[in-house]
Write a protein that binds this ligand. Structure first.
Ligand code: UGA
Length: 424
């Protein structure tokens, strides 16, 4: 059985590690952050993800361990999954810094490794990157040749935060990009227990599938948000419109929930990167630009409803939810943060609660009133805004307080007495 090294212990690397270990492979997870490595070796998840703790408890140390020693991990394994971050730079392009550093390091290590090794790129990267950065850098540093001495495969991930472990074990498809049959055979074997379709493509096509998948889902959301904004003008409930169109199997009901827009570490970053690259290549991606424009303005729809009620200065406003969606502690690009910023500019008095993300948000906004539960936020506020669809918010007693819902929390009934939705 192949031995596996996973570089990077963020969301993607962590799930790839426990997933592969659960399938029975021996996995070494690598990170430069000693604190994260210690946590993993002590069976403590370095990120919050449903089911991760249980899997670590079961798999560490028998099937999985973590280290800061990349050399040892690569030397002792047959396959390395590269799962490092590719964050946005200011203008929207992607930073390849971590990928370049890791490729250099792997190259230096492979120089002294006599056995064949396969590199699998899982990080989201612009088409051409696996070939032009990863392969070229490793070849340069190792003095070896791909595909003769080492193999390369691009294997994008389609995991959603909050359901990432289920998504790993029940994927809709596996995409394997490579023009190297030896490497491909080894990686196909790793996934041989999966029943879903496996699509074989070139490296570049696999990289593009990942972007297009996220761009399409983001487009669906901005589309339904735009329709929701129009519905609101007609006084029509856009939830029913989404249901009505979603029953058409060609459209599907998924990713048709209107609200205050998409956030997270993926959709905003990936659509931006695609727009940036397309523009650089001489194409003006009008539709994708609009997807981002609609999304940027969507949190303001909630504020427009609020402003109708008069001046916000000194008004006690309750905020329920800070993460970009429920089931995660992730606040990256969360519409809740831009909403808080706007409200602070209006000098509103904010009471805040989130079940998972208060410590992170306290670092950004240290002087707000962070309360110990949602009920207290309702009691201490004149108006309540729901900015994340945490299920516990459905069960609170809102009394007569005005609730403005940005996340469709009550779509199945039990709506508070005094209630307004952003697009419904
Ligand atoms: C997304 C993709 O769904 C994954 O397939 C992909 O692997 C991942 O990005 C990635 O590239 O790593 P994720 O960002 O975890 O996953 O979360 P989603 O569930 O897709 O939600 C993204 C945002 O869209 C959230 O803010 C969510 O609230 C919003 N959303 C989602 C809507 O506003 N409406 C919807 O109908 C669905």
């Amino acid at each position: 059985m192949a031995k596996i090294c996973v570089v990077g212990t963020g969301y993607v690397g962590m799930i790839q590690s426990v997933g592969m270990a659960k399938l029975g492979f021996n996995v070494i997870a690598v990170d430069i952050d000693e604190n994260k490595v210690d946590k993993i070796n002590n069976k403590i998840p370095p990120i919050y993800e449903k089911g991760l703790k249980k899997l670590l408890e079961k798999l560490v140390p028998s099937k999985m361990s973590a280290t800061t020693d990349l050399k040892k991990a690569v030397m002792e394994s047959d396959v390395t999954f590269v799962c490092v971050g590719t964050p946005s730079k200011k203008q929207g392009s992607m930073s390849m810094y971590q990928l370049e550093v890791v490729s250099k390091e792997i190259g230096k290590i492979l120089k002294n490794k006599n056995k064949y090794h396969v590199i699998v790129v899982k990080s989201t990267v612009i088409p051409g990157t696996s070939e032009n950065i990863v392969v070229k850098t490793i070849e340069k540093k190792s003095g070896k040749k791909c595909p003769k001495d080492f193999g390369i495969v691009m294997n994008p991930e389609f995991l959603k935060e909050g359901t990432a472990i289920d998504d790993f074990f029940e994927p809709d498809r596996i995409v394997l990009g490579s023009n190297d049959s030896k490497a491909l055979k080894i990686i196909k074997k790793l996934y041989s227990s999966f029943k879903c379709p496996v699509l074989e493509t070139s490296l570049k096509e696999a990289e593009m599938i990942k972007y297009v998948s996220n761009a399409f889902l983001a487009t669906k959301i901005s589309f339904i948000n735009e329709i929701g904004n129009i519905c609101k003008k007609f006084d029509i409930n856009s939830n029913l419109i989404a249901k009505g169109i979603g029953l058409d199997r060609r459209i599907s009901p998924k990713f048709l929930k209107s609200g205050i827009g998409f956030g997270g570490s993926c959709f905003p970053k990936d659509v931006n990167a695609l727009v940036y690259k397309a523009t650089e290549l001489g194409y003006n991606p009008r539709l994708l630009r609009s997807v981002l424009d609609v999304n940027r303005e969507q949190p303001l729809k909630l504020l427009e409803l609020l402003e109708k009620l008069g001046k916000l200065r000194g008004k006690k406003i309750g905020i329920l939810g800070l993460t970009f969606k429920s089931g995660t502690d992730d606040i990256r690009e969360s519409p809740a943060l831009s909403t808080i910023k706007e409200l602070l500019m209006e000098e509103a008095d904010l009471n805040i609660y989130d079940p998972k993300a208060m410590p992170q948000v306290k670092k950004i906004f240290p002087h707000l009133n962070y309360l110990k539960n949602g009920q207290q936020v309702i009691e201490d506020s004149e108006i309540v805004l729901i900015l994340t669809e945490w299920p516990e918010f459905k069960k609170l007693n809102y009394g007569d307080k005005l609730v403005i819902d940005g996340k469709n929390v009550f779509d199945n009934g039990n709506v508070p007495k005094n209630y307004e939705g952003v697009c419904w």
